[in-house]
Structures are given as structure tokens and as C-alpha cells.
Write a protein that binds this ligand. Structure first.
Ligand code: SAM
Length: 330
């Protein structure tokens, strides 16, 4: 089987699978707050088969996401089965999860024992009240903090904390997050807000850019840039005393589509070749028709070949993608 490569010559090695469309948070910049899950969940065995077929096509890294993946029954067993898969070079897959962290404290050890290597926790404020306002869930902050600390303690390494910044809303937390990275020994990554919300909140003015984050953090303490590889999405920095790491992911002000290595599968088994795709590709339909693994692989090859060159955020003809972030997974 040939390795996945798109028509622009980009090798596709990074698969993200959403294992549920449900989420227990209703973050104000992500969801309307009125709607629940909109798409089906598949049996875990179907996600495993999808991952297995992707691994035969050169996928090396699998990130489990949602909705909120820790809500999905069977998530630990899924990680365990994924850890038995091998890349084309015979290595274990690099297994990661993206979670809001609410249930992480109770699941972290089982996930690690099952073969999970790393965890990314989404957290948009380090102040409990603000956190509750953003997530529309009271007392979530304590649960997430406990999840982060447990993950650190048991050696899921690194623990990354992703923060989406919105001007006038949580950008006053930037320096506090710098302190948090140092105090908690986690990698904090600021992410530019993208037009992927259920509501229409996005405007260029609301995006807090990489340049601005750097300026604000540098006023708190000098930063030293960590050399980054071409394919890395984050620009990485440590503080002048070497304590704490922060990263900035800038898809809006400094797009990195030219070295995108990602493909996504939604909870209902559709392939998305870009976060901003205008339509999905129904891989699960191939499975429902009784297609073999080879049929699935052939379909995946043909879909990946069509991957978009880049997104068009902020350009005059920008069209809203066919799904919002919570129904894709990030
Ligand atoms: N529930 C999991 C979590 O909280 O990480 C996985 C799904 S969540 C949709 C994945 C990530 O997307 C979160 O870090 C969230 O902050 C981020 N996100 C949601 N909407 C976004 C947007 N419009 N722009 C950038 N990131 C966004």
C-alpha cells in the first residue's frame, strides 16, 4: 500500500479521530449553548478499523478527540487497541488525546497504562470564575486543574495546555498563563481563534495574534525562542531562566498549511481533509456497504489526493466550513 501523499506533495502522517460528538462543556466561543450533539457516534470497533487502515497508509500519529473524548465509554480500551497497531516502519503509533480535562483526573492513569503517551488539555482561563463563564459549567476549573496535575504526576509527558484567545474576553489571562506554565510545569500554547464556531462570533479584530501575545509575555519576562522543525505548528519559547515553555499556534496570522500533515475523521466516520473543508467524505459509507480494508484504503487515497491547498481565513471570498470545531475535534 502506498503512503498517503496529497497532490501538493505533502505526506499525510497525522490522523485525528473524533470518537463522540457529545461535549459536557459549552464554551461560548465554540458552541451556541442550545444545541447538543448533531452527529452520530460509531461503535468503537469502527474507529479502530479506520485507524488500522490509516496505519497501513503511513499514518504515524493518532490524536483522539471529540466532542469530548473522555465522555465516550470504551475510550481506555480504544487506546489499548490502538497501542497494538504499528506504523509502516514497525514502530508503535504516537498516541495522544485532546480533552477539556474535566474527567482526566479519574482516567489519566488507565489511559497511560493503556498506552497513551501525551495529553493536550484545553483551558481558556486560569481564573475559576472566568473559566466558568467561558465553559458555562460551574466548578469545572478545579476538576480540570486536578486533571492536569494528575497527568503531570503520572508522567504523561508533555502535558500541553491549549488556550484560545479572544480579544476583550480572556486576553488579560496571557501573563497569568505564562505564570501557570512555570508553576505547573506544563507547556501552555496560545491558539489564534479561527472562524469555526457554531455561532457567528469571529472577526479579524477579535483574533489576538502571535505578535501581540509575544509582546505581552515579553513585558512579563524575556523569552528565548526554541528552534522548531518545519512541520511543527507551534512557535515555541522558554523564559530567560529556562523555566516554563509557551507556544503560539498562529493559523490566522501565520498559516502553516504548506506543511500540513493532517487528516481528520469525524465521529460519524466522515473524512475531512481540512478544518475549513466545505464538505466531508463518507468513509463509513464504504464500511456500511461491506467494503474491504482495501476498498477503504483506496477510498482514503482518493480523498487525500484532493486535500485543499490552504485555508482562506480573512480573505474576501471566505466560505464558512460545513462543520464547526466541536463537530470536527480540532
Ligand atoms: N473537547 C475536547 C477539548 O476540549 O479539547 C476536544 C474538542 S475541542 C472542539 C478541540 C479544541 O478546539 C479546543 O482546544 C477548543 O478550544 C478549540 N477550538 C474550538 N473552537 C475553536 C476556534 N473557533 N478556533 C480555534 N480553536 C477552537
Amino acid at each position: 500500500m502506498e503512503r498517503l501523499i496529497d497532490k501538493f506533495g505533502r505526506p499525510i502522517t497525522d490522523l485525528r479521530i473524533a470518537i463522540t460528538d457529545r461535549c459536557n462543556y459549552k464554551c461560548v466561543y465554540c458552541r451556541t449553548g442550545n444545541e447538543g450533539a448533531q452527529y452520530a457516534d460509531l461503535p468503537i470497533a469502527d474507529y479502530l478499523r479506520i485507524a488500522r487502515v490509516f496505519a497501513t497508509l503511513g499514518i504515524e500519529k493518532v490524536r483522539i478527540t471529540g466532542g469530548e473524548p473522555l465522555l465516550r465509554k470504551g475510550v481506555v480500551g480504544f487506546v489499548e487497541d490502538l497501542s497494538d497497531l504499528r506504523t509502516l516502519d514497525g514502530a508503535p503509533l504516537d498516541l495522544a488525546i485532546t480533552t477539556n480535562g474535566h474527567l482526566l483526573a479519574e482516567l489519566a492513569q488507565s489511559l497511560k497504562d493503556a498506552g497513551l503517551r501525551r495529553v493536550t488539555v484545553s483551558m481558556d482561563a486560569v481564573e475559576p470564575e472566568r473559566f466558568a463563564r467561558i465553559t458555562r459549567v460551574s466548578n469545572g476549573f478545579e476538576a480540570v486543574l486536578a486533571g492536569i496535575r494528575t497527568a503531570r504526576r503520572i508522567g504523561l509527558d508533555p502535558v500541553k495546555v491549549n488556550c484560545v484567545l479572544l480579544r476583550g474576553f480572556n486576553d488579560d489571562q496571557i501573563v497569568e498563563f505564562g505564570r501557570f506554565a512555570r508553576d505547573e510545569d506544563v507547556v501552555v500554547r496560545f491558539i489564534e481563534f479561527m472562524p469555526l464556531e457554531e455561532d457567528r462570533v469571529w472577526s479579524p479584530e477579535i483574533v489576538v495574534t502571535l505578535a501581540e501575545v509575544l509582546e505581552r509575555i515579553r513585558a512579563f519576562r524575556p523569552l528565548v525562542e526554541i528552534p522548531h522543525t518545519r512541520s511543527e505548528t507551534a512557535r515555541r519559547y522558554t523564559f530567560d531562566d529556562g523555566v516554563g515553555e509557551i507556544g503560539i499556534i498562529a493559523p490566522v496570522s501565520q498559516p502553516f498549511c504548506g506543511h500540513c500533515s493532517r487528516v481528520r475523521v469525524t465521529s460519524d466516520g466522515k473524512i475531512r481533509t481540512c478544518l475549513f473543508s466545505l464538505f466531508d467524505h463518507d468513509l463509513h459509507a464504504v464500511m456500511r456497504r461491506g467494503g474491504s480494508d482495501d476498498d477503504m484504503a483506496e477510498y482514503i487515497q482518493s480523498v487525500v489526493a484532493q486535500k485543499e491547498a490552504r485555508h482562506h481565513i480573512g480573505e474576501p471570498g471566505f466560505e464558512k466550513p460545513s462543520r464547526s470545531m466541536v463537530h470536527i475535534g480540532g
